[in-house]
Design a protein around this ligand. Structure first.
Ligand SMILES: [Zn+2]
Ligand SMILES: [Zn+2]
Length: 286
């Protein structure tokens, strides 16, 4: 295979990106085009920021505008202190307003930055898990320096009805944590940092994740994978992470692309209305 970095015959998914943000204001459409050209045919754009920032509305309208972009809404642990009943109403209505909103998140705990008090983060995390259940949406989890607490809360909520599982995004936990979460319906998504030289702990965890539970993401604009490290990240770069993981698992890139794409489409019950080809990209949410 020629190493062009472009694989139009394969289909990749970037399961977690933030291309609605200001970092992409100057060239958003080109970034999306580059992703499409590279074979990254599906993107889940995760809305973040304060609930009344307008960010979430922007994320959803971006998804409405592009057939192959989906959106999620939910309050990040950084902004947990801004979550109140007003915010809840606003985001629930937004989620209900579009079929392109396929998940609630990112939600969770971030005890590394502590931008919101920990008790507030925990309370808002639990509340949002319930909201997702009421809306019958999977959740996207962000956990940093808070893995024990994250697992504890998820285990509690798992016993509730209607728990649909979700995606553990930018996974940075242990193999043990990955196993526990896979058992209660989570897919494990690796970002560009799995390619970093010193990320042996992430690769230890990746060894515990079978292909059927694996997703790949950019989390762009952050965490560009090697060899793009340090640059602004974008969805087309997810292919570098895919290549790295394919080598790591000792499988072909085609297999890794195919399986992670299937995992994503199956998990979110996204039906391809027609055979997927370059010229015919009809996608229907189911
Ligand atoms: Zn995150
Ligand atoms: Zn994110």
């Amino acid at each position: 295979m020629k190493e062009t970095g472009v694989y139009p015959q394969m289909i990749f998914v970037d399961s977690h990106c933030h291309i609605d943000g200001a970092e992409f204001d100057a060239d958003r459409e080109e970034v999306i085009q580059r992703a499409n050209d590279a074979g990254v045919k599906f993107m889940l754009n995760v809305g973040t920021g304060e609930p009344d920032s307008g960010n979430f509305e922007r994320a959803v309208s971006l998804a409405e505008k592009h057939e192959n972009i989906f959106a999620s809404v939910g309050v990040h642990p950084h902004d947990a202190k801004t979550f109140d009943t007003e915010a809840e109403k606003r985001l629930v209505n937004l989620a209900k307003s579009s079929e392109k909103v396929i998940a609630w998140g990112e939600i969770g705990l971030d005890f590394y930055y502590d931008h919101s008090p920990r008790e507030v983060q925990e309370e808002v995390f639990k509340r949002q898990i319930r909201i997702a259940q009421e809306l019958n949406l999977p959740i996207i989890i962000h956990s940093r320096d808070a893995d024990d607490k994250t697992v504890e809360i998820l285990m509690q909520e798992y016993s509730q009805d209607n728990f649909r599982g979700g995606i553990m995004h930018c996974f940075g936990g242990s193999a043990e944590m990955a196993r526990e979460l896979m058992n209660i319906g989570f897919l494990i998504s690796f970002a560009g940092n799995v390619t970093f030289k010193k990320a042996e702990n992430l690769r230890d965890a990746a060894r515990a994740v079978p292909l059927e539970k694996l997703l790949i993401e950019t989390d762009c604009p952050y965490l560009a994978p090697v060899p793009m490290r340090g640059k602004r990240n974008e969805p087309s770069f997810v292919i570098h992470t895919a290549k790295f993981l394919a080598e790591f698992y000792r499988i072909g890139l085609e297999e890794l692309a195919g399986q992670t794409t299937r995992n994503f489409l199956d998990f979110f019950k996204i039906n391809l209305a027609t055979e997927f080809t370059e010229s015919n990209e009809k996608v229907k949410t189911g």
